[in-house]
Design a protein around this ligand. Structure first.
Ligand SMILES: [Zn+2]
Length: 418
């Protein structure tokens, strides 16, 4: 006979939540019973007979903290996946995301607090909750500082593993290193130093609930998928890999980063100028428009983008769907050199304004954030979803020029900066 779901190996299951949001873990201070009052916990509660543990947790979080949540995984403990609680019960800690609401203390708690990666020790945890809380915080998404342009920092090593190519992957709680995106690998990963170790490359990685790391092209999920922890993977020689728990200094190769930032900003500006200069080739009003109101030829046709030091190379596919949408590709291709001169003239005017350029992470400091590049341009602000790095003002670009060439699929664009 199998045990009911609220019993595990003869012990009653108590459920608790590792509520993750924007790189923080939720803690709550109990008001009752008197023996536990004032202690901090991962919120949760008892599983009723016949109740599914995950459903019980969602119910408890709604009752206790007024949040609607979804269970996305588990923080695995040492007792067949659970955590020791008492002689007759175990704690099952599930990873959850908030779908609606912000946690409000009710009757069971009088305070809630979000803890960042280095703040697990800042609340007085109830004994059984300390170890799972520490484990939950270790698997938060990496905090990234590259969106602000940072090149230096310190990180605490959370995870080290061998990579298939024999080198070592080092994951830290926080880093200024920019990783290449596995889904849209336009800007290469940073290089630099981690402690005394040379960082040869920086990849996007994902950790599953069993702490298996997958990095780079092999990552099977879209960035931000809540089933995994999204981590920055620093690639070092194995003999130089630091130990988990070590605090290390991080330093990105500044000149290389700056050259890619100039190339990336130039690439975005060129794409917006292309949209503006090709608006006249649309036979009917396009529904898909960029942040400045022009038909988004770039985003509708781009098939590959490679950011280079002080430049970029992009390829575009002009298929039947583009023709049906109303774009006259043959006419554009005939006039491509004229369009390039129009684009270059727009770019010269924009660069001359030395407008500030920045990344908006929407208040999420982690690698999983949905980031946007912003720049104030004549005729409307530039706003493009972007995972890369950029100059802080367009004056750093000097000049941006494009040239277009015809390909079998459509056309290609070469952008050069400086
Ligand atoms: Zn970008």
């Amino acid at each position: 006979m199998t045990e009911p779901t609220h019993i595990a190996r003869g012990k009653r299951v108590v459920v608790a939540a590792a509520v993750e949001q924007h790189g923080h873990l939720l803690s709550a201070r109990r008001t009752r019973p008197a023996s536990l009052a004032g202690g901090w916990e991962l919120p949760g509660g008892k599983v009723e007979p016949g109740e599914d543990p995950a459903r019980a947790l969602v119910r408890e979080l709604r009752e206790e903290l007024a949040i609607d949540t979804v269970v996305v995984g588990q923080v695995a403990g040492p007792v067949d996946g659970d955590w020791p609680l008492s002689d007759d019960s175990v704690l099952r800690v599930m990873r959850v995301r908030i779908e609606r609401g912000a946690p409000q203390p009710g009757v069971a708690h009088d305070q809630v607090r979000w803890l960042g990666p280095r703040e697990v020790g800042e609340v007085a945890w109830l004994g059984p909750d300390l170890a799972p809380a520490a484990a939950a915080i270790l698997r938060l998404d990496t905090w990234v500082d590259f969106p602000s342009g940072a090149l230096e920092g310190h990180g605490v090593v959370t995870f080290v593993a061998p990579l298939p190519d024999g080198r070592a992957a080092v994951v830290l709680d926080r880093t200024p290193f920019h990783p290449i995106d596995h889904g849209w690998p336009d800007q290469p990963g940073d290089t630099g130093f981690l402690g005394g170790a040379r960082v040869h490359d920086t990849l996007t990685g994902v950790l599953d609930d069993a702490s298996r790391l997958v990095a780079g092209e092999a990552v099977p999920l879209r960035r931000g998928d809540p089933r995994g922890a999204w981590v920055v993977v620093h690639v070092v020689d194995p003999e130089h890999a630091p130990d988990p728990g070590a605090r290390v200094a991080l330093s990105v190769d500044a000149e290389r980063r700056a050259a890619f930032s100039r190339g990336h900003s130039g690439c975005h500006l060129a794409s917006l100028a292309l949209n503006e200069a090709t608006a006249r080739f649309w036979a009917k009003p396009s529904r898909r428009r960029d942040s400045r109101g022009f038909p988004m030829l770039d985003q509708m046709t781009i098939s590959l983008s490679r950011i280079r030091p002080d430049g970029a190379f992009d390829t575009y596919r002009c298929g039947t769907s583009l023709r049906k949408a109303g774009f006259d590709a043959p006419a554009f291709l005939v006039e491509r050199d004229v369009v390039a001169e129009e684009v270059n003239s727009l770019l010269a005017g924009w660069v001359a304004r030395r407008s500030p350029s920045r990344i908006d992470s929407g208040g999420d400091p982690t690698l999983a954030a949905r980031r946007q590049w912003w720049c104030d341009l004549p005729g409307g602000p530039a706003q493009i979803p972007c995972g890369g790095t950029h100059v802080s003002d367009l004056g750093q670009l000097g000049a941006v020029r494009v040239a277009y060439g015809i390909t079998e699929q459509g056309f290609e664009s070469t952008t050069s900066v400086g």
